[in-house]
Design a protein around this ligand. Structure first.
Ligand code: SF4
Ligand code: SF4
Length: 69
């Protein structure tokens, strides 16, 4: 159970990083030197103790953060 970030939708605003209670969203640099935001799916709980994904509530793009398959 985890969320993931659709990189093509991400505005790279960083808002999700600040609100994640598990600190499992990180800013990284991909092979091409671009900044990307990644959820560590091994740590993400979908915020079940917080009433739902806090990152998705904070994200300005509606379909950017979705359930990981
Ligand atoms: S759902 Fe919660 S724990 Fe998972 S990445 Fe988003 S804010 Fe973090
Ligand atoms: S809040 Fe949404 S748009 Fe902003 S960095 Fe996180 S996933 Fe990307």
């Amino acid at each position: 159970m985890a969320m993931k970030i659709i990189l093509d939708e991400c505005l790279k605003c960083g808002a999700c990083v600040m609100v994640c209670p598990r600190e499992c969203i990180s800013e990284e640099t991909d092979d091409g030197g671009d900044v990307v935001y990644i959820v560590d799916e091994s740590k993400c709980t979908e915020c079940e103790d917080e009433g739902g994904p806090q990152c998705r509530e904070e994200c300005p793009v509606p379909e950017c953060i979705v359930k990981a398959e």
